[in-house]
Design a protein around this ligand. Sequence first.
Ligand code: BGC
Length: 392
Amino acid sequence: MKKTAQKITAAILCASMAASLAACGTNAAPSGTSSENKPASSNKGGSKTVGIAMPTKALERWNRDGEYLKGQFENAGYKVELKYSDNDTNQQNNDIQGMIADGVNLLLIAAIDGNTLSQTLDDAKKANIPVVAYDRLIMNTDAVSYYVSFDNYTVGKLQGEFVRDQLDLDNADGSFNIEFTAGDPADNNAGYFFNGAYDALKSYIDSGKLVIPSGKKVFEQVATPGWSTDTALENMQNTLASYYSDGTVLDVALCSNDSTALGVAQAIKSDYAGDNTPIVTGQDGDIANLRNIVDGVQTMTVYKNVSDEAGVTLEVSKQILEGNSPDGSLISSLSAEATYDTESYNNGVKTVPSYLLVPYVITKDSLQKLVDTGLYKWDSSNKYLESTASTT
Ligand code: BGC
């Protein structure tokens, strides 16, 4: 019997934290500090303005990114124009055009669709505005100077290796069933995450130790447009109805990120008939997913410290704004561990020099690690985590 699953909207989960996140992280500006009330001459940033284009407020992490970036750039003395574009590519183009017209000195862009910004970025280039691709590579343009992200392939690899170790695939008897849920095909990262996970598990799939009952093993078959929680939920419900209603056991739901894991976990809760608790992977450490990890309905998340990502972006941007061309020598002065990569990220027109931060696995047993970052704290029940900024 199919129960009606409750729709989840990540936006609700993060709306309250968005307003207060500016104070998160050690480098963030105190809340209430804004470009408007800072004397431009009091600092290094002077009168320079940075335009920040974020994809959407509906997914928790971009709220964190936007606020950390804004806080850290303002703290360093820059003015900030921050726009969210509601996951709408036309709107993002318009928002960026607006920032170009406003004469920003640098653009930081987390693209909604990496393929739809070329023309707008041509205009940025004509106006001599340097562009840094933030978290997601921008494709088919030579107007992007640098890319700051995490090692995206490693994110997926960590998920795959986690599954391998949890199931002890090298020693366990029998076989295990797995289903994949990947990300948005318009997001260049999504393929890296999927491939990293798939490659880590490929030999077990090939040998029959891991079985995919749905047969969906190609990225396009398991992609989730917009990284939508609701779409992931519906897709998993369909998979469960078609391939598991006969009592087939689901051992692993490999989800590329937390917004999709939220939907998949909900589908398992409402539509999966088995008695076991499938392994559910994720990525980001969104608050709702950290709760699910405590409650045992998600098994792990690959954590990416986006306060550090903002910090590295600030360092790279400072160099650009000072007229320098940062390279590998910047690495030693960065506040977070990162590598400088001039080979991996080709956007179809050029290989974009990249600063890649390091992701790591978080499980129920290692939540304290997040508290140690200073960005989270235990809530009053001492059971779940909340943002350190959420009560300020
Ligand atoms: C980011 C992930 C995020 C996903 C959906 C990706 O580009 O790297 O951290 O989960 O977008 O927002």
